[in-house]
Design a protein around this ligand. Structure first.
Ligand code: GAL
Length: 664
């Protein structure tokens, strides 16, 4: 399309026909360009086994087409109808406790169910045959938020599928025993038939079994996508296919998934009560651009105001929905879609906001809908524009799964750790990609690996080679503790000897910061001297310098770590390797030093302000609650300024009066 996508999920089956005319009229008024149709329509399309009713959908697609609105047509497989699961209860998913879930909600199927697959395939084939030549068809929307509610299924059918998956990975049971470390706690298996999904158990389960179940479950959901996509590719090879991702969603390794979609699309619901929400949104949008290999992506769902699924659902304050939409465009989105077009009158989502609210067209929210439609139409020349990021932050699902397992040195949040680094870059107008530990890193000036707890030998070598060959590498605590089997990297962690050598250090012992005691008594705080001087939280450790070239830039102060290195830097080859063994409050000074090493300009922007260039535009987004000033221009709270990126190209011209901290 030569316009940005703008629109939302459209569920006409929830409304009488006389409302449909009004829908198209108001969509046109709002500048809607695309509607996602049919996401939860299975029961209406196939009200009884093998009996299809398409007349209503024909009518809807024709109306939309007549109104000039393109259609992102869903395959309708997200919620099997009650007749199906009544006839075939084996389709229903089973929890770790052995409870078979019931109907009356959605996503009530196991990704491993062959019965589900058979029925879903038939529906997709029938739909594709009917609508492949419909002139409104813009894209296929496979299923919906795969794995959203059912992260893992523990049914017998999944147990069988898990064993097939394990057999193809390990070939022999001896190999599995070795990799899973089953010599521990008498867990040794005699054959694959003895292996179970990690169902409810008395205490800590085998860590590699848990990790493999995470990997298997992500693959099982991806297989649901692939099965549908294969049918669509066969029947409509020229229509692009997507499925909506869920941002930093732990249960689907989107690096693997992104290879299978024709374009990346994402659903993102900010929490209006969370001051860090715009920062998390920015990092998530960077992940989407990265998953898309730098190409544009579509924001497939967001709320215009309140959602219905938090304990208290605050509205999104005026101005914020526009800002978040522009932020997505600035980070590479070629479309801004919402859930949903018309707010439901009945059902579990009747209190979820929409583009057209219960109050109708004379409302704040509908005015907002119309205004955004106009603004997005005026930005059409951004469509297709890509972005270069000078920094890569490693994001890795194996590490995420492993870091957040039980029975680890501390319960840490992977996304929170990534966000701290990303936030400091964003605060300096520096764009970051998210990257895999084993991908080609050579085009980044700096690469940060926070809590990349799992490193294969190859990935550790990749990071080491990146630094030696001139890159600026930052490894931060809990990186390279384990290999891909979750076996410890002995003799100093850090991904083994190759990466250790580049960092010039060993890590000897972990010292996470204690949590408040039961008595509420004072807990010892961690303090840092030197770079990032001040308090640190979450993490300390015993670091030994083993290479004479290593510079110690910060030390711990007080307690058992007193005087030991906390932050080190090693000039290596033609590059630099930093190690950050703690979480300093003052992380900004570390980032500043790293950017300096990497030759990246990046002065701190006023609080709340995000500045980012894409294509012909520079977006200055003020998420703050007070006015911000940029190059003499005043940007009111919760508003944006969009200027031409040509006139002031590099961010180092942002504020000519501020002293240049970092230079090329
Ligand atoms: C998404 C889902 C939509 C709708 C929305 C509400 O997870 O894809 O169908 O339920 O949440 O926020």
């Amino acid at each position: 399309m030569d316009r940005l996508w703008y629109g939302g999920d459209y569920n006409p089956e929830q409304w009488p026909r006389d409302v449909w005319d009004d829908d198209v009229r108001l969509m046109r008024r709002a500048g809607v360009t695309v509607a996602t149709v049919g996401v939860f329509s299975w029961a209406k399309l196939e009200p009884a086994d093998g009996h299809f009713e398409f007349a209503w959908l024909d009518d809807i697609l024709d109306r939309l087409h007549a109104g000039g609105i393109r259609v992102d047509l869903a395959t309708a497989t997200a919620s099997p109808p009650p007749w199906l699961t009544l006839a075939h209860p084996d389709v229903l998913p089973v929890t770790a406790d052995g409870v078979r879930l019931s109907v009356g909600s959605r996503q009530q199927y196991s990704p491993s169910s062959s019965t589900y697959r058979r029925y879903a395939d038939r529906l997709v084939r029938t739909l594709a045959e009917r609508y492949r030549d419909h002139p409104a068809l813009e894209a296929w929307h496979v299923n919906n938020e795969l794995a959203c509610h059912i992260h893992h299924d523990y049914s017998d059918e999944s147990a069988l599928a898990f064993r097939v998956w394990l057999r193809s990975r390990y070939t022999t049971i001896e190999n599995l025993n070795q990799v899973w470390g089953t010599a521990f706690w008498s867990q040794q298996y005699g054959s694959f038939d003895e292996v179970m999904p990690p169902r409810a158990a008395p205490t800590f389960q085998n860590p590699t079994q848990l990790l493999d179940y995470d990997r298997f479950s992500s693959d099982a959901w991806l297989a649901v996508y692939r099965a549908e996509a294969a049918i669509l590719r066969e029947l409509t090879p020229n229509t692009p296919i997507t499925t909506n991702f869920m941002g930093f969603f732990k249960h689907a390794d989107y690096w693997a998934w992104s290879r299978d979609v024709d374009f990346v699309s994402d659903d993102h619901y900010v929490d209006p009560a969370d001051p860090a929400a715009p920062a998390l949104a920015a990092m998530t949008r960077d992940l989407m651009r990265s998953l898309a290999g730098g190409k544009p992506w579509i924001l497939m769902e967001q709320a215009t105001s309140a959602v219905n699924w938090r304990t208290r659902n605050a509205p999104i304050p005026p101005g914020m929905h526009r800002l978040l939409s522009l932020q997505a465009v600035a980070h590479g989105a070629d479309g801004i879609m919402q859930f949903q077009w018309r707010q439901s009158r009945a059902g579990a989502e009747k209190f979820h906001s929409a583009m057209l609210p219960h109050g109708g067209e004379h409302t704040r929210i509908f005015e907002q809908t119309v205004a955004l439609g106009e603004e997005l139409a005026s930005l059409a020349d951004i469509v297709g524009a890509t972005q270069d990021a000078p920094v890569g932050i490693i994001a890795d699902w194996d590490s995420w799964w492993a870091l957040e397992q039980p029975a680890t040195p501390a319960q840490l949040s992977y996304v929170r750790i990534l966000l701290r680094w990303h936030q400091e870059l964003r605060a300096r107008g520096v764009v970051a990609d998210l990257v895999r530990p084993d991908s080609d890193l050579t085009h980044y000036r700096a690469v940060i690996a926070p809590a990349t707890v799992v490193l294969t030998e190859q990935a550790a070598g990749n990071l080491a080679e990146y630094a030696r060959a001139g890159g600026t590498l930052v490894a931060a605590y809990q990186t390279g503790v384990l290999n891909e089997h979750l076996h410890v990297w002995l003799d100093g962690y850090l991904g083994g000897p190759t990466l250790r050598q580049v960092l010039g250090i060993r890590v000897e012992e972990f010292a996470p910061v204690a949590e408040p005691s039961l008595s509420g008594g004072p807990i010892p705080r961690l303090e840092i001297d030197g770079l990032a001087a001040g308090p640190a939280d979450e993490w300390g450790e015993v670091i030994r310098v083993v290479d004479g070239t290593v510079e110690v830039h910060a030390t711990f102060s007080g307690g058992m770590l007193d005087g030991l290195p906390a932050i080190t830097r090693n000039p290596v080859g033609t590059g630099t390797a930093w190690y950050v063994g703690t979480a300093p409050e003052n992380l900004g000074t570390v980032i500043a030093a790293v950017l300096d090493d990497a030759g990246i300009a990046g002065d701190r922007l006023p609080d709340g302000l995000e500045v980012i260039d894409r294509g012909p535009y520079r977006f200055a987004l003020n998420f703050g609650t007070t006015e911000a000033e940029l190059n003499g221009e005043r940007i009111p709270a919760r508003s944006a300024s969009i200027t031409s990126s040509d006139s002031r190209n590099a961010l180092d011209t942002l504020d000519a009066t501020a002293p240049a901290l970092h230079h090329e």
